[in-house]
Every structure is written in structure tokens, then in C-alpha cells.
Design a protein around this ligand. Structure first.
Ligand code: G6P
Length: 609
């Protein structure tokens, strides 16, 4: 959500800022802007639309100056040139970009307007830049003014500020929105996401909540908001550039779908102990006894990660024999949940930055539970603030609709399940059987991917439908939710996921010859029941797209389209059944001419509540 990039050094800033913004565009893309600070002059250019729109208008390509750039996902104030960041003060000396929400902006604005400040935009952010201007009257220097202003601010922020009075530096600060400082030679960088700066440096410093950084070309000083110096460690980012490029695919989403055999191998590498029938998850070593003794496990997440959590709940209860609840992170925090010391709360998040999931972590920690992260982004806030956890190692996921992260989350949850189940009495033999099934998954996913053209043909026939229903039972009920979410996100077709048996309690009223119904029907213990559900759909002339293990003549006689996936253990079946649904959503969206990697109104990483 909103991308931030900054540069101080001896090179022209604009090309570096632009490259960074393009890499960050998946985080937000309704408008973009840059600001450069020279002695006595601030250059600000901003534009509604994508970074490419801004690029067409830019004319400061050769200016060597400290610069900041922003790509926006609107919260307060509709997307427009004026509401785009950077925002400036009355004298046009200070420019600020911001990720997050200033919750008390109205009160700040009203007071500052009374004091004579003139506001240009409808954003919460502009209040902060005027407040800094006001504080400068007392402090003189920019850093102190930023610190004084931030003490009056409620809400969340990752900010970057420059001034034409002190053009040699960027002031950055964070509370609830990630910021990373890239360390170069005679140059330094700032970004909300490492992807923006890995072209230039791999050395980074993670800013913590409550910290302010003064970034000059030869120095980076960090302090707390109370002006106490903090010592920072320089860390290495390991992202490979090829991972954040499309590599010949027409969209990141397709690339990421196709990468799944490899990403699943990466999620399992070194962790599946076939001989012992167990899982080795080093990030959980420190909490082994906590896991063993936990009376209750809570899985908190949002979006696709929440769907993975639901599958995890089924697995952990069936095999781990422990009571599990899956919670929307956003609800968990506000409903005063009962969490006790001894409980274990897993936070599942691809980005590791989702504001609601992070808030759930804080809530659980404060109530004494052990908090464990299942994250993709290494070094992300949730990963760093957890007591332990497991990285899913899916590599950077750029497509806004999550695909490879979902299947890797499922595999990691299976490994966690195996570990806990073995602690609680699962036999070595059963453990070995699960390990073997896990290791077979990548090649089975590959076999489904080979069917992409078949699925593309189905997409062609269904692309003009206005509604879809997705039905699944047991482990495949969350897959029905996830399949429907994929379609909604990128093709803007209304779709609903339902437990197949619940169809009779409402959605059946919607079924007619225009309603495609995707039924996930692998050969598991609910197979016979789901055949009856298919019959109910056909009796009302719905079009059935069935995901099956084998071409059973009974389903073949009923379904309009069949997509085969290999058999596996029931609890691993979602890793396979979701693949055709990802492809179906992808091809339908392509055929409808939608923007696959940047669907309207969505953002990859939601760092506001
Ligand atoms: C956004 C993304 C989804 C993602 C959700 C949770 O809505 O568009 O793809 O599932 O956030 O994100 P997280 O990074 O916490 O998994």
C-alpha cells in the first residue's frame, strides 16, 4: 500500500526514483509524484494515474539533488493530481510523502488553518507537512521540526521529508508502516520495500517503529522520536533481481502461478524429514514445548492468508488434535478475544506488513500468548516482532492477487501440523506417509499446470458470465472461498464461495442456466455428498465446472467441464485444487481485458487498518 522511495547522492535522482516507483507500483497505483530539493528550490511533480503517466511529464532528469518519490493507494481524498504525494507546506520549502493514516488530521488541519496555513488537498497527509512547517518556527532545523510534529500525530506513518533549506538530507520516520534504508557508496536510499532499491544496494537498515532517520549521502543517523540515538545493524537483502521481473511472462500473476512447483520445493527444502516422519522447522525450535503444551491455537490473517488459515485449522484439528480457531485479524483485535498465556497465535501474512495482522499480533502478545509468524517477506515487521516462526520462502510476490504465497502457506501449515501431530502421538509411520505425500506435491502441481490450455478454453466460454458460485466441502471449502476471491479480484466478476451443503440454504435460488458453478470434487470422504450437490445444480440448469481426481462417469455425465487434478492426501488436496482455479481466474481476466497485476482499488500490502 503506497510505495515510498528516496535517494541522496551524487547522481541525478529522478531516474533512480522512477525505477524504484515502477518496482513499487504493485503496492498502490492511483497516482504518483516526486520531489527534489536544491538549495533554495523545491521541485515537485505529481500526476494521477500510473507511474508511466508521471514519467511523461517529468523534466528534471539531470538534477542532482536529494529526492523522494511516492506511488499512492488513496485512503483520504480521491485519486487526483492535487491529492497525489508529495505534499508541500505554504512556502513550498518542505515536501513530504506518507504511507499510513494520520487519524487526527482534521483537528490538526482546523487549528493550522486558523493560524493561517492554506491547504491545497483533501488528504490527511497534508496536515503533517504544515505541522512540520509550524514546528520549524520553534526548532529551526528540519529534523527537530519533524520530531516535534510527530509527537502530536495519532495514527500510522512511514514518511520521507525533504527541504530546500537543507537539501543534503532526507528525514524518514516510521510508526506502523515499513521503511528500509539502503546503504551505498557516497549515496544512500530509502524505500518502503527492498524491491525498490536492490538494483543499487543489498545493504539495508530496517527502521523500527518510533524511529527517525537522517539520511545524507555519507551518513545515516537514527534516533528515537525522543531524540535518543539508536544503534542499527546493517543487514543483507537476498532478493534476486530476476525474481522481481516478469521473465518473459505476460503478467507477474501468471509467472507466479507457474513458479509453484519450485516455490513449493523451496517451502519444504531441508524441512521434510522423510526417515523420521517429521518436520524440521528451526524457527520454531525455541517454542517447541509451548507448541507441545498449547491448549489452543489461533490462526489470525487477512485475505488469501486467512483462507490458508482455514485450511490450517482443519489440518491442525484433525491431525494435531488441538483446538484451533481461525480469525480475521481485523475482527480479532476489536472484539476483545479471550487469549491466555499458554495459547499460541500464528499470524499468517505474505507481506508480513498487513496492519490488521500486525495489530492482532500486538493484541495476542499483550495478552501473554506466544506469537508466531508465517510470513513470506524476510525481515518484515510481523516476522521481526514474532517470538518465532516459519518463512514460506516463496520469493517476492508482485501480482496483487496472491497465488504462490497461498500454496506455500498451505505447505508450511502442513509442516507445522506434522510437527505438532508428532509431538502429540502421531506414529512415525503416519508421519513418513505424510512426508512422502508432501514431497510429491511439486510434480503434481506441474502436471496441473500442463493443463493450462484446457483451462484457457473453458475461460473463453465463461468469460462473459456476471456471477459465479464456487462450492467445496471439508478441506476444499476454503479453496472455494479462495477461488471466488481470485475471480473477484482480477476479473471484477461477482463470485461467492460456499460450503457445498450450504448451497441449499440460499445460493441455490440464484442458480439458472447463466450461473457457472465451480465444484471442487476430489475423491475424499465427502465425494458422494458432493455428487449430490452437483445434481442439485444441474437440476436447475446451472453450468458445472468440476475439479476432479479422475473422470468418474457419474460426474462426467453431469458436469459441463471437467478439470483433472492428481490425487493426494485429503489435507493436501487444496494445494492442488486451487491451481486450476487460479488459472481460470487469470484467463477469464485476460480475456475480459482487465489489468491483471494491478486490479482496480486493490493493493498488495494493506498497511492501513
Ligand atoms: C491484500 C492483498 C491480498 C492478501 C491480503 C493479506 O488484500 O491484495 O492478496 O491476501 O492483503 O495480505 P498478507 O500480506 O497479510 O498476506
Amino acid at each position: 500500500m503506497c510505495g515510498i522511495v528516496g535517494y541522496v547522492g551524487n547522481k541525478p535522482a529522478v531516474p533512480i526514483l522512477l525505477e524504484g516507483l515502477k518496482r513499487l507500483e504493485y503496492r498502490g497505483y492511483d497516482s504518483a509524484g516526486i520531489a527534489l530539493a536544491e538549495i533554495g528550490r523545491l521541485i515537485v511533480q505529481k500526476k494521477i494515474g500510473k507511474v508511466s503517466q508521471l514519467e511523461k511529464e517529468l523534466n528534471s532528469f539531470n538534477v542532482v539533488a536529494a529526492g523522494i518519490g511516492h506511488t499512492r493507494w488513496a485512503t483520504h481524498g480521491a485519486p487526483s493530481d492535487i491529492n497525489a504525494h508529495p505534499h508541500t507546506d505554504c512556502k513550498n520549502e518542505i515536501a513530504l510523502i506518507h504511507n499510513g493514516i494520520i487519524e487526527n488530521y482534521n483537528a490538526i488541519r482546523t487549528k493550522l488553518e486558523k493560524d493561517g496555513h492554506v491547504f491545497k488537498s483533501a488528504t490527511d497527509t497534508e496536515a503533517l507537512v504544515h505541522l512540520i512547517e509550524e514546528m520549524k518556527k520553534y526548532s529551526g532545523d528540519l529534523e527537530t521540526a519533524v520530531r516535534l510534529a510527530l509527537r502530536q500525530v495519532e495514527g500510522t506513518y512511514g514518511i520521507a521529508v525533504i527541504s530546500s533549506k537543507e537539501p543534503d538530507k532526507i528525514i524518514a520516520a516510521r510508526k506502523g508502516s515499513p521503511l528500509i534504508i539502503g546503504i551505498g557508496e557516497n549515496e544512500n536510499f530509502l524505500a518502503s520495500d527492498a524491491a525498490a532499491i536492490v538494483d543499487y544496494t543489498r545493504k539495508v537498515v530496517y527502521l523500527e517503529d518510533g524511529e527517525i532517520a537522517v539520511i545524507c549521502k555519507n551518513s545515516v543517523d537514527t534516533k528515537t522520536i525522543d531524540n535518543k540515538t539508536t544503534e542499527k545493524q546493517v543487514e543483507q537483502v537476498t532478493i534476486d533481481l530476476a525474481q522481481i521481473e516478469k521473465g518473459g511472462f505476460s503478467h507477474f500473476m501468471l509467472k507466479e502461478i507457474m513458479e509453484q512447483p519450485e516455490t513449493l520445493r523451496n517451502a519444504m527444502r531441508g524441512r521434510v524429514l522423510l526417515e523420521e516422519g517429521n518436520a524440521k522447522l528451526s524457527g520454531l525450535d525455541g517454542v517447541k514445548s509451548v507448541l507441545e503444551n498449547a491448549q489452543r491455537i489461533i490462526l489470525a490473517a487477512c485475505g488469501t492468508s486467512w483462507h490458508a488459515g482455514l485450511v490450517g485449522e482443519y489440518m491442525l484439528e484433525q491431525y494435531g488434535k488441538v483446538s484451533v480457531e481461525t480469525e480475521y485479524a481485523s475482527e480479532f483485535r476489536y472484539r476483545d478475544p479471550i487469549v491466555k498465556p499458554g495459547d499460541v497465535v500464528f499470524l499468517i501474512s505474505q507481506s508480513g506488513e498487513t496492519a490488521d495482522t500486525l495489530a492482532a499480533l500486538h493484541e495476542a502478545k499483550q495478552k501473554g500468548a506466544a506469537v508466531l509468524g508465517i510470513c513470506n517477506v524476510v525481515g518484515s515487521t510481523i516476522a521481526r516482532e514474532s517470538d518465532g516462526g516459519v518463512y514460506i520462502h516463496a520469493g517476492p510476490e508482485i501480482g496483487v492477487a496472491s497465488t504462490k504465497a497461498f500454496t506455500s502457506q498451505l505447505v508450511v501449515l502442513s509442516l507445522v501440523t506434522l510437527l505438532i501431530a508428532r509431538q502429540r502421538g502421531m506414529s512415525e509411520k503416519e508421519g513418513r506417509n505424510i512426508c512422502a505425500k508432501l514431497l510429491e506435491l511439486p510434480q503434481k502441481v506441474q502436471a496441473i499446470l500442463h493443463r493450462a490450455t484446457e483451462i484457457e478454453k473453458i475461460a473463453e466460454e465463461l468469460k462473459d458470465s456476471s456471477n459465479f458460485l464456487y462450492l467445496g466441502r471439508g478441506y476444499n471449502f476454503p479453496v472455494a472461498l479462495e477461488g471466488a476471491l481470485k475471480l473477484k479480484e482480477i476479473s471484477y466478476i461477482h463470485a461467492e464461495g460456499y460450503p457445498a451443503a450450504e448451497m441449499k440454504h440460499g445460493p441455490i435460488a440464484l442458480i439458472d442456466e447463466n450461473m457457472p458453478v465451480v465444484v471442487i470434487a476430489p475423491k475424499d470422504r465427502t465425494y458422494e455428498k458432493i455428487i449430490s450437490n452437483i445434481q442439485e445444480v444441474k437440476a436447475r440448469h446451472g453450468k458445472v465446472i468440476a475439479i476432479v481426481n479422475e473422470v468418474d462417469p457419474r460426474i462426467a455425465a453431469l458436469a459441463d467441464y471437467l478439470i483433472q487434478v492428481p490425487e493426494t492426501a485429503d489435507f493436501l488436496s487444496p494445494v492442488l485444487t486451487i491451481i486450476p482455479l487460479q488459472l481460470l481466474a487469470y484467463y477469464i481476466a485476460v480475456k475480459r481485458g482487465c489489468n491483471i497485476d494491478q486490479p482496480r482499488n486493490l493493493a498488495k500490502s494493506v498497511t492501513v487498518e
